[in-house]
Structure formats: C-alpha cells, structure tokens
Design a protein. Structure first.
Length: 321
C-alpha cells in the first residue's frame, strides 16, 4: 500500500538513503531539510523537497495540510561537542523541534512516527556489552539527554494519544554520503586522509571501541519498523530498538581494516586523549533481529564501498572545479 511519508533531514547522510528506499517501495516521499548540513543533491529524484527548519511553524502547517501516514524524523543537532558548548541550542533543535512535529502529527492523526535516537549516547558508559535496550540510561552529554528526552515525549504521546512510534537507537553509522566534517564521521575523515596520503590521527592509544553499522543495514531497519505492527508499549524500552552489529572495533583496528579495504597505507599518529570521550560501545540488537532484521554488510565490505564512493566523488568535485 502506498504511504505518504515525510523524511525530516532527508538531504543528509542517513536520511537521504532512507528517502531513496521509501521511493523504491513506491511511497510518496516529501523531504524536509534546512540544508544546514544536508545537501540538495542528495535529495532523491521523485521526492518533493521542502526547505524548512523543523522548528518553523511552516513545518507544522505542512504536516497538518498533507496528513502524512508516516513521519521519519532524522533531522537533529547531532554533535556532542556543540551540545556541550551550547545546550540550549541542542535542546531547541532536538526537543522543541520534535515537539513542533509531534503536536502537528497528533492533530493530523499521523499513523506512525519513527524517531532516530542514539544507542551510542543514551546508555553512557555501559557495564554490559553488547548493551540491551533495558540497560540503565545514563547519558553523559546534553545531546544524549535531548535524545533520551525525545523518546520520553514519544512514549507520552503513545500512552496518552495512541500515537504509534518506534525509536531507533543507532550505533555508529557509516557509508556513502557521510560527512567527513564532525566527530561522527571518523570513517569519512580517515578515508579523506587516505586519499590525500596524509597520516591518520588517533586519540590516545586508539583502544576505544565502537559498533560500526553500514547505512544500508540501517535503512533496512527503518523499512522494517515502518511496516511492523508493534504491541502497545508499557515502558520506554518496549518501543526502543538498538540498531547495531554487536561487534566492537577499536579505532586502531578501524584504521587497519580501512587501509586494507582501500589498498592504501599511511602512518598513524597518536594525539592526546580527548577528555570525557566514551571508551566502549556496542549494541545488542536482539529485539530487531527477532523481527527479521540482520546486519548483512561486513566491516571490510562496507569500508571498501564507502572509501570508493568518497574517492569517486572527490574526483568528480575536482573535475567540476
């Protein structure tokens, strides 16, 4: 059945891939993005593009007018450092912006709301790894607090107004279209430096670990939860779904695998550790697996695809300039 879908942040890295997939399913897709970080060329052909901020009253008007079946909410302030420097700005985007969408969605009787949370920050430094959804929520940054607050608001709208929703707690997502600028883009940063034959910078000993999940697998999780009939939630974690591989990769290991995948080798420089950096993270996605999802892209395969996409687009940009 064709659905009317709104993808906020649909000109960004992950959101644009999600918009692509909805279109491939035959859905009517509207992409909303303020292009602060998104790129107009990532908006897929066939999608209706609206340039607006999620906090704008015009965004609420759009939802009320078009009465979407699904809202897939990827737009966010996603930089931990920005959230620490300016927590009010972080809350303005991630909380006020969400409430602008939710109130309009309630009035327009939107059938389902998919919300992007973060498994990398809402659990803090967890004792158990891979970490299940039921682990204590101990965010250590305003960004983590705002993402968790968003889940709590959605639970409220579900319990009080019957709004259907799912919260996707992403691990570290990588893949084509990833921005090499910002702390979340280590794969893109390393790939760019490999292309330039420059050393890779690793903070501390490089033993801090992350759970790297390929963007195509993340898209599959979005499609699954868009269609899944979920039981009523009795707790916050009933509608929280970890999206990760369950495998930990250290920064040093990531550099080694990426060099193998790219066929290039450079020096690895070590810089002083970053104060407050999360040391270890991996997610247990058993709940999502029980619905039929599997991360199907191995790390070397995904890194190779990502590197060669960045390489091709770097050449294209150089040819244009």
């Amino acid at each position: 059945m064709t659905k009317r879908v709104l993808v906020t942040g649909g000109a960004g890295f992950i959101g644009s891939h999600v918009a692509d997939a909805y279109l491939a399913r035959g859905h009517e897709v509207t992409v909303l993005d303020n292009l602060c970080h998104g790129r107009r060329e990532y908006v897929p052909d066939g999608a209706d593009f609206v340039e607006l901020d999620i906090r704008d009253p015009g965004t609420a008007d759009l939802i009320r007018e078009r009465r979407f079946d699904v809202i897939n909410h990827h737009a966010a302030q996603m930089d931990v450092r920005v959230s620490v420097r300016d927590p009010r700005f972080d809350a303005s985007v991630n909380i006020d912006g969400l409430l602008n969408l939710l109130e309009a969605a309630r009035e327009a009787q939107v059938h389902k709301f998919l919300y992007v949370s973060s498994g990398g920050v809402v659990y803090g430094e967890p004792e158990r790894r891979p970490t299940p959804e039921t682990a204590p929520k101990l965010p250590e940054s305003p960004y983590g607090v705002s993402k968790l607050t968003g889940e709590q608001y959605l639970y409220y709208y579900h319990r009080v107004y019957g709004m259907e929703y799912a919260a996707l707690r992403y691990s570290n997502v990588y893949g084509p279209r990833q921005d090499p600028h910002g702390e979340a883009g280590v794969v893109a940063i390393f790939s760019t430096r490999l292309l330039d034959r420059e050393p890779l910078t690793v903070f501390g000993a490089g033993e801090q670990t992350r759970d790297y999940v390929f963007v195509r697998d993340v898209v599959a999780a979005n499609l699954l939860l868009t269609d899944a009939a979920l039981p009523g939630a009795q707790s916050l974690d009933d509608r929280g779904f970890n999206v990760g591989t369950g495998h930990e990769t250290s920064v040093v290991q990531l550099a080694e695998v990426l060099m193998r995948a790219s066929g290039r080798s450079v020096e690895v420089d070590h810089a002083p550790p970053r104060p407050g950096e999360l040391q270890h993270s991996s997610l247990d996605a058993a709940k999502l697996r029980a619905l039929g999802w599997e991360p199907r892209t191995g790390l070397q395969e995904g890194l190779s695809e990502t590197f060669h996409w960045i390489e091709a687009n770097t050449r294209k940009s150089a040819a244009v300039s």
